[in-house]
Design a protein around this ligand. Structure first.
Ligand code: ZN
Length: 287
């Protein structure tokens, strides 16, 4: 009887492991759609005191998440049309001169997927943090994917508030035409992407009306949080608010929310546009 019990216990363990392992993320790849800069950090974060000001060249973060139920891309970077010096044919000239994008064709998400070992056709889900030009730029490269975005963000993209309309940060060409009829999963808040807790979409408004971030639990047991533009860089976490916000109050709440997740869950928190963090930790797999 005792031995039978042991065998049953062993079998239970053997069958339990593959089931739980299947629900976990195999790996996350961090890459960038070229770089912006150099420019002074005060151009982006005016609240930074002069003695802390410096020139920065920042990444345009994109993420590839390998889940057993499907390949996920989180943000698609700058539109392919601005590659190799083509910026002024697609973005308003002021953004080309101000942001100074260095994107090469090989930096674009389709080629980055190939570099990471996938074909762009394999992408099942595209999650877009928000509809600014450096995050929603290439959703049209994924016409067959399910596109996950907050419903409010779609509204805002099509009809931004007056105070945000002038600067050309919403580029209609990124999401017009065929992209109108894509399969959108329009969210209203947090969402458990595959229903297993491994990829959580976190509502983090403020930078834009419907900004969202992501928390991933890796098979290794590690938790990582990709803030995207809820937190541009470490200085924002240090208390200097970003200079471009739909709502400063919501923005501050979202920064605090992500900081709490980092502290309580012991998560690694990755920013969208942090020069030093990307230099140290970007361009590689997390498992
Ligand atoms: Zn951005």
């Amino acid at each position: 009887m005792k031995r039978l019990g042991l065998v049953a216990a062993l079998l239970a363990v053997l069958f339990a492991i593959p089931t739980s392992a299947q629900a976990q993320v195999k790996g996350v790849y961090w890459t960038t759609s070229g770089f912006f800069g150099p420019f002074n950090i005060q151009d982006l974060i005016p609240s930074i005191p002069k003695d802390k000001a410096r020139d920065i060249t920042i990444p345009v973060s994109m993420w590839i998440i390998d889940h057993p139920k499907g390949l996920v891309v989180f943000d698609t970077g700058n539109n392919v049309a601005i590659s190799d010096g083509g910026c002024k044919q697609y973005w308003v000239p002021a953004n080309c001169d101000g942001l100074k994008p260095s994107q090469k064709r090989d930096d674009v998400i389709d080629r980055q997927l190939t570099k990471a070992g996938f074909s762009p056709d394999q992408v099942k889900i595209v999650v877009t943090s928000h509809s600014h030009l450096d995050h929603i730029g290439n959703i049209k490269l994924f016409p067959k994917a399910t596109h996950v975005i907050q419903k409010k963000e779609l509204y805002q993209a099509w009809w931004p508030e007056k105070f945000q309309r002038g600067g050309g940060v919403f580029v209609m060409g990124d999401f017009d035409g065929p992209a109108r009829d894509f399969n959108y999963l329009e969210l209203d808040g947090d969402y458990d992407l595959f229903g297993d807790g491994s990829i959580m979409i976190l509502s983090t408004p403020g930078h834009t009306l419907g900004h969202q971030s992501m928390r991933v639990k890796l098979a290794s047991g590690k938790t990582i949080v990709m803030s995207q533009d809820a937190i541009w860089m470490k200085e924002n976490l240090d208390g200097y608010p970003a200079g471009l916000n739909y709502s400063v109050k919501d923005y501050s709440n979202s920064v605090n929310r992500l900081k709490s997740i980092k502290d309580l869950e012991g998560a690694d928190l990755f920013f969208a546009h942090d020069q030093d963090q990307y230099k140290a930790m970007g361009g590689k797999w997390y498992k």
